[in-house]
Design a protein around this ligand. Structure first.
Ligand code: MN
Length: 204
């Protein structure tokens, strides 16, 4: 049974960048639905039992039942993506990357600002619902990308492990930002906990 990441901060902690009602709805409704649906679907996928979430998302091609595979992809992705998203946000997080993570960002993007610009553009340019990502590849490089729906880089089989994700589904911002997705993305960077991203980078 997979469990939701437990928020160490309150729903209003990310105000004014991400509003309390959005956080509460996102965490208690959307994330709960993905988690429950994922756990329910896993009961019908015996060959995925005892695998980690990362292994499951990398092994979806082993599920021969096509509707079940789609349910696992959408809800397993939703489960993983939201756990990541909520865990890299914090009201008083470390406000910029440091050390090895900063050096890698500079090596791959030129500067921190260029990386933010690139990932933001991918999120703003994603048509419909999806995510923008910063991931680590098997050689330690950082790569910016975007996926549709609740897909993520783990499903692509290219060895990418996400270390930061921006949810650009309308449910992540519409109550406050309405149609202005780019404003939400700009605000998102104010509440990233770079110490949390750094931990993911080190573990990936
Ligand atoms: Mn979401």
């Amino acid at each position: 049974m997979f469990k939701k990441y437990e928020l160490p901060y309150s729903f209003d902690a990310l105000e004014p960048h991400i509003d309390a009602l959005t956080m509460e709805t996102h965490y208690t409704k959307h994330h709960s639905a993905y988690t429950n649906n994922f756990n329910g679907a896993l009961e019908k996928a015996d060959n995925l039992a005892n695998l980690s979430i990362e292994e499951i998302l990398g092994s979806l091609d082993k599920v021969s039942d096509s509707p079940l595979r789609t349910t696992l992809q959408n809800n397993g992705g939703g489960y993983y993506n939201h756990n990541l998203y909520f865990s890299i946000l914090a009201p008083n997080g470390q406000s910029s990357p440091q050390g090895a993570l900063l050096r890698q960002i500079e090596a791959n993007f030129g500067s921190f600002e260029s990386m933010v610009e690139k990932v933001s553009a991918l999120g703003a340019g994603r048509f419909g619902s999806g995510w923008a990502w910063l991931s680590k590849d098997s050689k330690g490089n950082l790569v910016a990308s975007s996926t549709a729906n609740q897909d993520n880089p783990l499903m692509e089989g290219g060895g990418l492990t996400p270390v930061l994700g921006i949810d650009v589904w309308e449910h992540a911002y519409y109550l406050k930002y309405k149609n202005l997705r780019a404003d939400y993305i700009k605000a998102f960077w104010n509440v990233v906990d770079w110490a949390a991203v750094e931990k993911l980078y080190e573990m990936a």
